[in-house]
Ligand binder design. Structure first.
Ligand code: NAP
Length: 355
């Protein structure tokens, strides 16, 4: 990391979450004072892992009470901060009311943070955790790209409140962020756009959908096979590095796709076979699209026929060269990330073994 003034505190939203955990660790290890606004200050389990990090590091962590939907609640936490990391946003797929549960916290939360940054003169840079979901909606969108690959120049135009609402929430929030950022020039905005994040969490009980996705490889739900659902994947520690590099590299600008592997759901499961194949009911073969089309919606209500049609057996490909060249990012192998995450889930009894 370049020489920077560590006297000023750094604020990070969503510190209790999966992605933020490793960013907090890196900041504490560098000796920063981390301001962590959290919504559930009274729950000691939420901050237990963060406290353990702080005890072992030169930096310190201070908590504040704030909620994405509570306007002005980040005022105290942001005071004196030069860098703001905004990671908080629900990453969950099964929702009843997508507007209330996904879009409102993503969009209004982003506005809340950025309007606050406009009022606090110390802020120089905001790093927003966006997503590849803000870039594409369905794998079928790949066919419409000029060079057959998703890039930072693209936006998701295919998601809506009724189709891939999580992806819609990320697109709406990031667009809103650029609109606010472009109206001023005191602080700059950088977005990190990761694909599916995998790898061991600081907080193995975080609410992230990443844990649910990996758990299903071990609990028998994919015993008969997994669909070839094309996706990108990246280790959570590499995503944290990307945030740190983006924050502290003066020349960083714009959006960064942070994705290590162009892969699919079956390959994620199969990467576990060498180590866990004898003990867990891992997927070994591809489920045919027609079968997923027939039974998928009955077992998983987010797997609608439209989602299946536009995503299964269709490849996913993103260009990660901007982050590699400009921020010096490097990526762990898929197998390492998957094995370490799966092992963590086993160690915390989060995978119910069903042969
Ligand atoms: P996570 O573990 O569920 O973390 C979400 C965080 O947001 C938690 O700290 C949560 O706080 C906080 N939060 C949610 N609603 C809030 C509210 N109303 N007020 C204040 N805080 C609130 O999920 P994650 O995977 O780490 O996701 C973090 C970010 O990464 C999100 O922006 C997500 O879109 C992005 N991302 C994730 C992935 C992935 O594969 N995991 C991929 C691309 C982008 P509580 O602990 O209080 O619930």
């Amino acid at each position: 990391m370049k020489q920077i003034d560590k006297a000023a505190p750094v604020m990070i939203t969503g510190a209790t979450g999966y992605v933020a955990g490793w960013i907090v660790k890196k900041l504490l290890d560098e000796g920063f004072t981390v301001h962590a606004p959290v919504r559930d200050l009274e729950n000691p389990d939420k901050v237990k892992y963060l406290n353990q990090l702080a005890e072992a590091a030169p930096g310190t962590i201070k908590y504040f009470k704030a909620d994405l939907l509570d306007e002005g609640s980040y005022t105290e936490a942001m005071q004196g901060c030069e860098w703001v990391f905004h990671t908080a946003s629900p990453f969950t797929i099964e929702v009843r009311d997508p507007q209330k549960e996904l879009v409102d916290p993503a969009k209004l939360g982003t506005l809340n943070i950025l309007n606050q940054a406009n009022q606090i003169s110390s802020v120089k840079r905001v790093v927003l955790t966006s997503s590849c979901a803000a870039i594409y909606g369905d794998n079928a969108d790949l066919k419409e790209t000029p060079s057959g690959i998703f890039t930072e120049a693209m936006w998701n135009h295919s998601s809506s409140l009724t189709h891939q609402p999580y992806s819609y929430s990320k697109r709406v929030a990031e667009m809103e962020a650029w609109e606010v950022a472009d109206k001023q020039d005191r602080w700059d905005l950088i977005t990190i756009n990761p694909s599916l994040v995998i790898g061991p969490g600081i907080h193995p009980f975080a609410s992230s959908e990443s844990f649910n996705i990996v758990k299903q490889f071990g609990d028998g739900r994919m015993k008969a096979g997994a669909p070839r659902l094309g996706l990108g994947a990246v280790d959570v520690r590499d995503v944290a590095d990307a945030h740190i590099q983006a924050a502290f590299s003066p020349e960083a600008e714009g959006r960064y796709i942070v994705s290590a592997h162009n892969t699919d759901l079956l390959e994620l499961g199969r990467s576990l076979l060498d180590k866990y194949g004898n003990d867990y009911p891992l997927p070994r073969k591809a489920l045919p699209k027609w079968l997923v089309w027939l039974v998928g919606p009955l077992v998983n209500k987010t797997l609608t026929r439209k989602v299946i049609k536009l995503n299964i057996d269709l490849p996913w490909k993103a260009d990660n060269s901007k982050g590699i060249n400009a921020l010096g990012l490097s990526y762990r192998p898929l197998k390492t990330s998957m094995e370490e995450m799966f092992q963590q889930l086993i160690d915390h009894n989060l995978i119910t073994r069903a042969q």
